[in-house]
Design a protein around this ligand. Structure first.
Ligand SMILES: O=C(O)c1ccccc1NCC(=O)[C@H](O)[C@H](O)COP(=O)(O)O
Length: 205
């Protein structure tokens, strides 16, 4: 079964619906680089509304370590996600399970980065270029997805209800991550698109 992370949530009602329809994880973004940024109070409200067994992921991109610590303490997410050029040592300093995003915009060369984060709970391969923000809607060549790594791999970038079935069959990821493909506006999720996306992943064999 392919797990589903719906990212860039800013509204309680969107996150609750996603979890009711079958999303396994909800992402909330704290970096100032994002149009989907939430503050600690919004994130706490979203996380508190979720049912048991739905994971919460807090996203950062080359942010100050103090922001990460504040979010750890105040929001208590299940996982951290680092989306910038953070080193492994930097990611590990928080003593918290984390995902590391790998920018796949440069193609196969980016795969060298996959071995740089052995302590990561998972690696999220995203379609944007190095140094660019996520949530870009850009996809990459899904056939580049490695098949023999021990760490779980999460496929991200430009996924929609229309293409995610093909993406899952090609890349065979542990999970998929989506943001702009289920939105009507950055941070505002479109219910029909979100429902169709989750159904498409569940139906992908
Ligand atoms: O979504 C953002 O605004 C964002 C900004 C800065 C760093 C990371 C960000 N998002 C990270 C994600 O995990 C997105 O879900 C992922 O990039 C996929 O986005 P999309 O291509 O829009 O589905």
């Amino acid at each position: 079964m392919t797990r589903i992370k719906c990212c860039g949530m800013t509204r309680v009602e969107d996150a609750v619906l996603a979890s009711q329809w079958g999303a396994d994880a909800i992402g909330v973004i704290f970096t100032a680089r994002s149009k989907r940024r939430v503050d600690i109070a919004q994130a706490r409200a979203i996380c508190a509304a979720l049912p048991p067994f739905v994971s919460t992921v807090a996203l950062f991109m080359d942010d100050d370590a103090q922001l990460v610590r504040d979010v750890q303490r105040e929001v208590q997410p299940d996982l951290l996600q680092f989306h910038g050029q953070e080193s492994e040592d930097w990611c590990r300093q928080f003593g918290h399970r984390y995902l590391k995003a790998i920018a796949m915009g440069e193609g196969a060369k980016a795969l060298e980065q996959l071995h740089a984060y052995p302590s990561a709970a998972g690696l999220l391969l995203d379609g944007h270029g190095l140094g660019e923000a996520g949530g870009s809607g850009k996809s990459f060549d899904w056939s580049l997805m490695p098949q023999h790594l021990t760490q779980p791999l999460i496929l991200a970038g430009g996924l929609t209800a229309e293409n995610v079935g093909h993406a899952v069959r090609t890349a065979r990821p542990w999970a998929v991550d989506v943001s702009s493909g289920i939105e009507s506006f950055p941070g505002i999720k479109d219910r029909a698109k979100m429902h169709a996306f989750i159904e498409a992943v569940r139906g992908a064999l």
